[in-house]
Design a protein around this ligand. Structure first.
Ligand code: GUN
Length: 284
């Protein structure tokens, strides 16, 4: 039976260390790290995420600035707000909650955020820096996944890693971070010929597709580390991941639960990035 990877506990430790470092940083510089979070529209899931981010800021001693805009907000108005926040010295990190309403070009918004305040690490300049391994920020979810893998004591070096999903937010950067630690990485997606085979060969499996219980127990290699980024509803409306947990835990060595695995790590890493952004702001 697999050992559970407790994301709640590990994220609490990350936040605790950010809190300690923030206190020292404020004492030394007088600067209080500030995170601006923008939410356009009233998607219920996004509202919960934004609320959790605000709560985490208070926990670690940051200022947070919420900008809740109506669904009808025009792209130009959003760009104007971002421009204002780019120049606001009390704001060190800017996060625009995705997805945005269909009439707004997500790429244009991401590109408008100053790379120095881009705590999501979605700006092309930051994506490029990650690619070459010389970065200020790592995207929060993949960075959180790496922390969870490290917590198991299993080293990535030389291991076969399968990343299921190729999104810009998770799959692609995830593959890069595993590669940086010398994993042999396969990225799987909807056109992958034999997903079962690719999964079954993986010592480390990261599932990030957004399809409830896509990864069945018999697709897991005996003793694999299984990280489930998915957050879906099953046929009974219950929260579940991309991995069929009850089957997979019989074969994996370590596995993350949903909820309580990757989710809390994403916010903890956002706090870490915001502190980094505040430090960067003093470097000019
Ligand atoms: N929507 C879902 N995940 C994320 C994330 O990590 N950052 C932002 N900005 N939006 C998201």
């Amino acid at each position: 039976m697999a050992q559970l990877i407790n994301g709640k506990e590990i994220s609490a430790k990350v936040k605790e260390s950010v809190k300690t470092e923030t206190k020292e940083f404020i004492e030394k510089t007088g600067v209080v790290p500030g995170l601006a979070v923008i939410l356009v529209g009233d998607d219920p899931a996004s509202k919960i995420y934004v609320g959790n981010k605000k709560k985490a800021c208070a926990e670690v001693g940051f200022n947070s600035f919420e900008h809740i805009l109506p669904e009808s907000t025009e792209q130009g108005e959003l760009l104007d707000l971002i421009e204002k926040l780019n120049h606001d010295p009390s704001v060190h990190g800017i996060l625009c909650q995705l997805p945005l309403p269909k009439h707004i070009d997500e790429r244009a918004i991401i590109n408008a955020i100053s790379p120095k305040k881009d705590v999501d690490a979605f700006h092309p300049a930051n994506v490029g820096k990650i690619m070459i391994g010389d970065y200020d920020f790592l995207p929060c979810t993949p960075a959180g996944v790496m922390e969870l893998i490290h917590s198991t004591g299993v080293s990535v070096g030389g291991k076969k890693c399968a990343v299921i999903g190729r999104s810009n937010i998770v799959g692609k950067p995830m593959a890069m971070l595993l590669l940086h630690e010398n994993g042999t990485v396969t990225i799987c997606h909807s056109k992958t010929k034999d997903l079962e085979k690719e999964c079954r060969e993986a010592d480390i499996l990261v599932a990030a597709v957004g399809r409830a219980k896509l990864i069945k127990g018999d697709m897991i290699k005996e003793g694999a580390v299984v990280i489930d980024v998915g957050m879906n509803r099953d046929e009974n409306g219950k929260l579940c991941g991309d991995v069929d947990f009850s089957e997979a835990e019989k074969r994996a060595s370590y596995i993350t639960p949903v909820p309580g695995g990757v989710g809390p790590m994403t916010i903890a890493m956002l706090m870490k990035n915001t502190l980094t952004a505040a430090k960067l702001s003093l470097k000019g």
